[in-house]
Design a protein around this ligand. Structure first.
Ligand code: SF4
Length: 380
């Protein structure tokens, strides 16, 4: 029997809510409108629901071991990935506070923070669909066809042919040239910059889209980028959009800010919170052995192979919907928001989106598993 299921897609931060999954005798027969990334995600989820799960006994044993490790830990670390939903983030914060843990995000949070800064600075005051009428779209080191396949459709333009692509080897130098060009104080610009600036100057309005790769240079670069965007916005209306690498990257940072006052990179202590954006980064802490228990809420998306190898040799507990391709000592399968469970994500333009379960799942939510670990530990 054919069944049409309307869904909101949780596989990138566009969170498209106009999808239909067509099931035929329980298998996924069609996916519409077309999106390679979304279809692959749902097909994997449908296939995954038929895999053999760790038995209930194995899961209860793993949870008992996890509680013991948490009780014995001198310095736990909680690592949040960008696929974690709002309720699971709150549960992770509660666990981290109760056990004086270090709390970090797996990707550099500066992108999401910059995205929020752009919103607060008026560079993104409208929602996605209101960005359609911009005269020019500038893609800065991002390839939406790969990471956000339907962005062009949302903006009603073919981004492959109808956009300005900036992909210089050194983004810091590029933004400095663009700022100089925008001020009109230098005549000898590099050819690429002169051509790009001519198109930017001619446009009556525009949208600058940037991603994580342009932000790897750190905070001096993000300051330059914000200054350039503000310069552009001074005389004409320009917007800025951060293409986060994970579907809820912005939601993770926003929730952390509202619950702790910080965007991650913090250590809870007795009565005080230490915020250290440079030293308390996930890779730093793990590679320097700065914790003796690692609790991963969601599969980390940007952690290096070297760090994963260290995690597989340490006391590490992974909560995630997918069976990991590496070997964490404990994997506790959870439902995935928008597939087998519900949850709240934040779309890349800041709009909160509620996700509903699409496939049947007997798994517990990540929030419930994290709370069980946190609360049990306190009572022991
Ligand atoms: S663009 Fe993103 S949210 Fe939309 S269907 Fe594709 S993967 Fe899903």
């Amino acid at each position: 029997m054919r069944k049409v299921q309307p869904v909101t897609c949780p596989f990138c931060s566009l969170l498209c809510n106009d999808l239909r999954l067509i099931f035929d005798e329980g298998s996924l027969a069609a996916f519409s409108p077309a999106c390679s990334l979304g279809e692959a995600g749902f097909r994997l989820a449908v296939a995954g629901s038929t895999y053999e799960e760790p038995t209930q006994v194995v899961q209860e044993t793993s949870l008992r071991t996890a509680r013991t490790w948490l009780r014995e830990a001198r310095q736990p670390l909680v690592l949040l990935s960008g696929i974690v939903d709002g309720k699971a983030i709150s549960a992770a914060v509660r666990l981290a506070k109760r056990f004086s843990a270090i709390l970090v995000c797996d990707e550099d949070w500066s992108g999401s923070l910059l995205g929020l800064s752009a919103q607060k600075a008026g560079l993104l005051t409208d929602t996605l669909r209101d960005l359609r009428s911009q005269a020019l779209v500038v893609l800065c080191g991002v390839d939406p066809a790969r990471t956000h396949p339907r962005l062009g459709e949302v903006l009603e333009r073919d981004l492959l042919t109808d956009s300005l692509r900036l992909d210089p080897p050194d983004p810091m130098e590029a933004v400095r040239w663009l700022r100089v060009a925008n001020s009109g104080t230098v005549e000898c610009l590099p050819a690429w910059c002169a051509a790009a600036n001519a198109r930017i100057e001619a446009a009556s309005s525009g949208l600058v889209v940037f991603g994580l790769d342009w932000l790897k240079a750190g905070s001096p670069f993000t300051t330059e980028l914000l200054l350039w965007l503000n310069d552009l916005n001074r005389e004409k209306h320009w917007y800025a959009l951060y293409l986060a690498p994970a579907p809820n990257s912005a939601g993770v940072v926003e929730t952390l800010l509202s619950e702790t006052g910080f965007p991650g990179n913090l250590r809870f202590g007795l009565g005080e919170t230490d915020f250290s954006p440079r030293t308390l980064r996930a890779e730093n802490v793990i590679q320097q052995g700065g914790a003796d228990l690692y609790i991963l809420a969601g599969q980390p998306g940007t952690i290096s192979k070297k760090t994963l190898s260290l995690l597989s040799q340490s006391r590490t507990i992974l909560f995630d919907a997918e069976r990991p391709a590496w070997n964490p000592p404990i994997w506790l399968p959870s439902s995935r928001a928008g597939v087998g469970g519900s949850g709240r994500f934040q779309r890349l333009d800041g709009v909160p989106i509620e996700l509903q379960p699409v496939l049947p799942s007997r798994r517990r939510s990540m929030k419930d598993l994290l709370l069980e670990l946190a609360d049990d530990g306190q009572t022991l």
